[in-house]
Every structure is written in C-alpha cells, then in structure tokens.
Design a protein around this ligand. Structure first.
Ligand code: LLP
Length: 393
C-alpha cells in the first residue's frame, strides 16, 4: 500500500484469467465467443490480459473499441451494443471492422444501413430482442422487460430481420438479448433463451438464417455468501437447447467483479450516541455502487490493529453528500490509519468513478504472480482542470 498510496483499486490477474476460462472451457468444442463487457472494467491492462486469452469484447462506444485496440484486442471479435450509436461511431466501427452490431431499434437499423451503403460495405448485424422476462434484479440494472429502453420486442424484431435480409448493405448474422445484470438465478436466462430460440426457428422457416445467438451478460456474483449461478451448468443447459448455433456471451461482472478490491484508509473515527462513523479517504466518486444501488460490498480490515475500537461502523467518505457511504452498520475493529478493503469491487468500480468534489481518480494496480504493477496512475489535481478556461474579461 505504501508504494501506491490510498485509496487504490487492486486487481488479480490470476482471478481474471480463471473466471474467463471458466466460461470458455464450459463450451468445450461448441462454436462460441466470449465477449467481455468492457464497461465493467475498461483498464487496458485488464483488457490486455483478456486479449491474450483470445477473448472477444462487448463495446458500447467507439472509445471502448479504441481501448480494446490499444490493449491488443482483436476488433473482429467485438460486438457493438448500446442504444445510441452515432453515425460517426458506426462509420468508424465499419472502417475498423468489427464482428457485429447489436441493433437496438428500427431507427438504428436504418442508420447503419445508410452509413454502410455510403461506404459501399455490408454491415454485420444482430437485432437485440427484448424477450420480456423479469430478471429479478435491481430495477436500475434490469433490461429485459418491455418497459425498458433496450432492444426491440419480438414482433418488431421480425419485421427488422426481414428488412435487413433484403438490404444489400446489411448482413444478418445473429440474434442478441441481454436481460439485465447481477442475475443470481438461472431461470430468467432460460426463459429468455426459450423465447429467442422459438423466434430463431420461426425466422428460419421464413428464410432468415441466424448464425449466432448472443445471450448477453448479466451473470451475478456473490458479494457476500449468497448463492449464485453455476456457470458451467448454465452453459450446458443453453448448449443442449441451442443445437448448432454459435453462442456468444457478454459477461462483465462475472469475470472481473471478484477479481478486484478497493482499498481505503480510515482518516477519523467519529462516534456519537446515535451513530458510529469511520470516515475513510475513499468515497462515492471512487465506488458509486453503494450510493447508487444500495449495493453491498463486504468490508475487510487489511491488518487488525490491537488498539482498534469494535463497533457497528458506517464507512463514509469525504464527499459532501449524505449518500456518500461505502458500507453501513458493519461490525469491525478499527483504528485511525487502518486500511479497509471493499471486496468484489473489480466490476463497475473504477469504471463508474468520477471527479466529483474535484477528487482525482485513484490509482489501479494489477497483481500477477509475485509482482504488482501500477496499471493506472493516480490523477493529478492539475489534470482535473487542464481543459477548463477562464473568461477573457
Ligand atoms: N451486455 C450488455 C448489452 C450490457 O448492457 C451489460 C451491462 C453487459 C453485457 C454486462 O453485464 P454483466 O455481465 O456485467 O452483468 N453498473 C451496474 C451494472 C450495469 C450493467 C450494464 N450493462 C452495477 O454496478 O451493478
């Protein structure tokens, strides 16, 4: 810790690799592509570790595609998701050459067609179908219900496939669905799978040939000791239903979530008759999940101090918001200066961090075997306002 200062994200290369392999190996010889969802943790060292394993990537912006390329990833193994792709993003993705666009609306399909036509190329497309299943997860990260902004419903998708099939500028290659994130039961995935497989056979009978099925990401992890999905049996069940279809998955959290921790230091202990606060140097701008989703991250004291005070602590940060907490009501023995690790912080931790309260984004370190390497340096204060200007008068 002394070498890198606090607060800090630390990732384990071995854990990232093991998690990715668990997906990959479950497929055996079945044609498949694991497209790691870059948004979960987009540090280029993380992407590089996965690129070296042969991973594909799920991107949602041209910025993410550029990160993948900078990290040595293969753009032809990238699927491009997201509801608001701009013409310029579509054009750049076509120039670079990606695996497939996951199309989220009729308007987007039209736009992709016209950009591809102007470039005299064919754009590979999948339609993201919204199977209208309840993923039984936090409403902010549930995406597969009709009321969500993502994908198109089954009937609309049929019309889009027929349209795409007739276009010289579009190449129908797959079908896509992603129903939400942090899903801890397999049944919503299987319900969605059944619905999209039925749609694929219906389309096939009508002459639309779908070559791959992208089942999205969303596999939940254990943040505490909760039960979650057995990845190998989920994949086996999917393969048993999917016949010869090539299967794509877009896991993010399941690969990096439990491969990362966020380490923060206790600045002050502040006890009153009502509440006991451990004021730490990490805050909601560094790890937003507790404030945004009331998410639970286990808190572990890195090295127990014999002079620590045992209490039920709220771990709160320096940001001026009551919502600025990383953990609530945790029985811990703490002393000023102690380091506390917030566990399972590898996914949607750093990647959702901000500079709120003019706080530099923290450093990131990757542990690989016996070595540890700085993979992102802590931002300097000056860099936070270097793109700002004062008025001239
Ligand atoms: N594919 C698509 C189209 C997605 O929208 C997402 C996540 C994924 C794959 C990866 O999902 P995963 O396997 O990581 O669950 N910030 C929230 C999670 C937002 C997820 C957004 N989409 C959180 O911290 O819980």
């Amino acid at each position: 810790m002394a070498a890198y200062d606090s607060p800090l994200y630390i990732y384990s290369r071995a854990e990232i690799e093991a998690n990715w392999l668990e997906f990959d190996q479950a497929f055996g010889d079945h044609p498949h592509l694991i497209c790691y969802a870059v948004k979960a943790n987009s540090n280029i060292a993380v992407l590089n570790v996965l690129a070296k394993m042969g991973s594909g990537f799920d991107i949602v912006s041209i910025g993410e595609l550029q990160r993948v390329i900078a990290a040595g990833g293969n753009p032809t193994k990238c699927v491009f998701s997201g509801v608001a792709k701009t013409s310029s993003e579509i054009q750049q993705a076509l120039e670079i050459g990606i695996y497939c666009f996951n199309v989220e609306s009729a308007g987007e399909l039209n736009r992709i067609e016209s950009v591809a036509s102007a470039m005299s190329v064919q754009a590979p497309i999948s339609i993201r179908v919204n199977p209208d299943v309840d993923a039984k997860t936090h409403p902010y990260i549930s995406t597969g219900l009709k009321e969500n902004k993502f994908g198109v419903d089954v009937e609309v998708s049929k019309a889009l496939y027929h349209k795409a099939q007739q276009s010289d500028s579009l190449n129908v290659c797959g079908m896509d669905c992603h129903i939400g994130s942090q899903i801890t039961e397999v049944s919503p995935f299987i319900d969605a799978l059944d619905k999209v497989l039925a749609l694929i056979s219906e389309l096939s009978a009508e002459g639309v040939d779908i070559k791959h099925l992208d089942l999205g990401g969303g596999i939940g992890i254990a943040y505490d000791d909760e039960q979650t999905i057995d990845i190998a049996s989920y994949i086996q069940e999917a393969l048993a239903k999917a016949g010869d279809l090539k299967i794509l998955l877009e896991p993010g959290r399941a690969i990096v979530g439990n491969a990362g921790i966020f380490v923060t230091q206790v600045e002050y202990l502040k006890q009153s008759d009502k509440k006991s606060f451990a004021i730490i140097d990490g805050a909601m701008n560094d790890l937003l999940r507790p404030a945004l989703y009331s998410a639970y991250h286990k808190a572990v004291v890195v090295e127990q101090n014999p002079n620590g005070v045992t209490d039920a602590w709220d771990l709160v940060g320096p940001v001026c918001e009551t919502g600025d907490f990383l953990a609530k009501n945790r029985t811990l023995t703490l002393a000023q200066g102690d380091y506390v690790a917030l566990m399972s912080a590898g996914a949607y931790g750093f990647s959702m961090s901000s500079n709120y309260n003019t706080r530099p984004r923290v450093a990131e370190v990757m542990v690989s075997g016996e070595t540890h390497t700085l993979v992102r340096k802590r931002e300097s204060i000056e860099s936070l306002f270097e793109n700002e200007y004062t008025l001239n008068d």
